[in-house]
Design a protein around this ligand. Structure first.
Ligand SMILES: Nc1ncnc2c1ncn2[C@@H]1O[C@H](COP(=O)(O)OP(=O)(O)O)[C@@H](O)[C@H]1O
Ligand SMILES: [Mg+2]
Length: 290
């Protein structure tokens, strides 16, 4: 165990850490505790943090670990309740009407299951799942109010069909990149955790796991460099995904005979993706060990 091996960490939390690590997800004690409590108390887990720190990924991994379906509601500006819950298939209803008219039959029921298009939140009430409500800060605040209601009752009423309640409560993970503040009421429903960038030992474990075959020295330089790069005042500091991709690219160049650390310097385009940021990093190359 990386940062979860401290003696005071209770067993179930350590066990969760091991199960996530087996899926190549390495969490620190704070995140593991938050996830454990959210699972045990049945409260939604609200995760905030910079892009690329593993907010979305932990929902995917938890779904695998719990052998549940992952249902993802990707939020965006203008997302409304209908798009999140269900919609009636109007073209199909029209076709049914036309067909009945053409065949001179009475038009049957148009608002039953066969015309219902299930969207993520409705599906989440019907199958055991991990419900990922991703990037909630992109949705409008009216949608947040609606979501609050959904998360309080875990049931919805479809006027034509009646009330549908969750057979089994979904495990709910909500993420936000904090482009705006969320409502207090929504936060109150959730267990909150801020995911920070990983410390060097955790990032090294991630790199070792996700870039197998990268020499130890290279991994060390990379991890130290990434930490240094994140301390620079960049437009877009690199996330864990960028750090992994940087490692993969450097590994390719190394295998093709490139020197170290020039392999890292040459594959910088996978770590930072703004020209200004590249210039800043290059200006600090020596201090970063590149
Ligand atoms: N704790 C972690 N352990 C291993 N890999 C991670 C971890 N956090 C992030 N990653 C890697 O970084 C990628 C980006 O993470 P993601 O969850 O999409 O970031 P976010 O949703 O916070 O923007 C993931 O696909 C995964 O490959
Ligand atoms: Mg994400």
């Amino acid at each position: 165990m990386a940062s979860t091996s401290c003696e005071h960490v209770p067993d179930p939390i350590e066990a969760l850490g091991r199960r996530l690590a087996a899926e190549q997800y390495f969490a620190d004690e704070g995140l593991l505790t938050a996830a454990h409590l959210s699972l045990t108390l049945g409260r939604p887990l609200l995760l905030e943090g910079e892009p690329g720190v593993g907010k979305t990924e932990i929902a995917k991994v938890l779904a695998r670990v719990h052998d549940r379906e992952l249902i993802r509601l990707q939020c965006y500006e203008g997302l409304d309740a209908a798009q999140a819950l269900y919609e009636w298939d109007h073209p199909k209803q029209l076709l049914a009407i036309r067909t009945c008219e053409a065949e001179n039959r009475p038009v049957g029921e148009l608002y039953d299951e066969s015309f219902l298009m299930e969207r993520p939140l409705l599906r989440a009430l019907r199958v055991p799942c991990v419900l990922l409500i991703d990037e909630i800060d992109r949705a409008d605040s009216e949608f947040e109010a609606f979501l609050l209601e959904f998360l309080s009752d875990f049931q919805i009423t479809i006027p034509e069909l009646g009330t549908i309640a969750a057979a089994e409560r979904p495990i709910v993970i909500m993420t936000s990149n904090r482009t705006r503040e969320l409502h207090d009421a929504l936060k109150r429903r959730c267990l909150y955790h801020w995911i920070a960038f990983p410390d060097s030992s955790r990032e090294k474990r991630i790199i070792e796991s996700r870039v197998p075959g990268l020499p130890e020295d290279a991994a060390k330089t990379l991890v130290a460099a990434v930490a240094g790069v994140r301390d620079l005042d960049l437009i877009k500091p690199p996330g864990i995904a960028e750090s992994i991709e940087w490692g993969q690219a450097a590994k390719v160049l190394l295998h093709e005979g490139a020197d170290w650390p020039s392999a890292l310097k040459r594959s910088l385009g996978l770590l930072v993706k703004e020209q200004e940021d590249t210039e800043t990093v290059l200006a600090h190359a020596e201090g970063l060990g590149l």
